[in-house]
Write a protein that binds this ligand. Structure first.
Ligand code: NAI
Length: 320
């Protein structure tokens, strides 16, 4: 089909591709002409143990279907080794999907350093190491696509997942900066927060829900973002699951602006407290506020009498 999105001649690295979402990406890209590095350490969902069959089985499946794939069994902390597998087998790398992941769910109160450290190692160090190893190739060839994997837990918080939440929101900041640094080299980087049935979600969701959260339904978004025809979309956050895909963005409230003089007091801020969270005329920023412009506006504000009484917690008070 000539109208298919295809990836012929391209090399795609998918980390954690031995199962779940990663396997869905790997088999898709291979079916559309890409050579795929199927990386998977093959441990448990808690990050214990390792086994080669996770990656090997997906490689066999791809080859049996007539596709091109090579296995890599490294932990994502060894990004160099994973990218080397791409170079050694296929001579290049075009797309990196940072997908490998584990869970160490436990309440903050009971969390051990090991639960925190292991999550950081796999998600944060892993995404860094893989992108770091791919980056010189991307820059040199002026082409690269990176998709990293956040989570609703990272965007919104989630009981028992403060380690995972921190590591997952880290993917957002990481992506936003790589997108800014990579754009002029045609390296486009985006981050997704997926929901899909996998061994990871099998423990927390009932089967009838999981039936409607197929990993394959996440693939179209990743396919579009990773394709050469995407020349603009970068530094973006997407929610994807159950067939629904939507972009998320930051929203900035109107904000309180204080006069930069002797009225720059906590009391002056309390008088304008509602403005701090007034989202009636929002901005959708992709960078910090224009502080120089705000300073100019602040000079024009009338001075606040510092001894004016105000409403604070329902009481009239004198706060300066
Ligand atoms: P999964 O457990 O089926 O797949 C993750 C794969 O990563 C496994 O095959 C595992 O062996 C591999 N892996 C783990 N540690 C590794 C390491 N150090 N090096 C190399 N491979 C390693 O889970 P699923 O659901 O497919 O997760 C994929 C990604 O999506 C993860 O980053 C996960 O955090 C994220 N995610 C998934 C959600 C879901 O609803 N399934 C929700 C939000 C995020």
């Amino acid at each position: 089909d000539a109208s298919q999105l295809r990836y012929d001649g391209q090399v795609v690295v998918v980390t954690g591709a031995g199962g779940g979402l990663g396997k869905a990406y790997a088999t898709f890209f291979a079916s559309r002409g890409a050579s795929v590095v199927v990386n998977d350490l093959g441990g448990s969902h808690k990050g214990e143990g390792q086994a080669k069959n996770a990656a090997d089985d997906v490689v066999s499946e791809i080859r049996n279907a007539g596709g091109k794939a090579a296995a890599n069994y490294d932990s994502v902390e060894n990004g160099e080794g994973i990218i080397k597998t791409a170079i050694d087998n296929f001579g290049r790398i075009d797309v990196l999907i940072n997908n490998a992941g584990i869970l160490r769910d436990i309440s903050f109160k009971n969390m051990k350093d090991q639960d925190w450290d292991l999550i950081m190692k796999v998600h944060v160090v892993g995404a860094y190491k893989c992108a770091k190893a791919a980056w010189p190739y991307f820059r040199k060839q002026k082409y690269g696509r990176v998709i990293s994997t956040a989570s609703a837990a990272g965007l919104f918080g989630s009981f028992g997942q403060c380690n995972y939440s921190a590591a997952k929101l880290a993917q957002v900041g990481f992506t936003e900066t790589l997108a800014k640094e990579g754009f002029k080299y045609n390296i486009l980087c985006n981050v997704i927060a997926p929901i899909a049935a996998s061994r990871m979600t099998a423990t927390v969701m009932p089967p009838e829900v999981l039936d409607n959260l197929k990993p394959e339904w996440v693939v179209p978004l990743v396919a579009v973002l990773a394709h050469a025809s995407n020349t603009e979309e970068s530094g973006s956050i997407f929610e994807v699951g159950g067939g629904h895909m939507a972009k998320l963005r930051w929203e900035r409230a109107k904000g309180a602006l204080l006069r930069a003089d002797e009225t720059f007091t906590p009391g002056a801020l309390l008088k304008k407290w509602d403005n701090v969270s007034d989202f009636s005329e929002p901005e959708y920023p992709t960078g910090v506020a224009n502080f120089m412009g705000l300073l100019e506006e602040a000079q024009k504000l009338p001075a606040n009498p510092p001894d004016e009484s105000i409403q604070y917690n329902g009481k009239v008070a004198l706060i300066t």
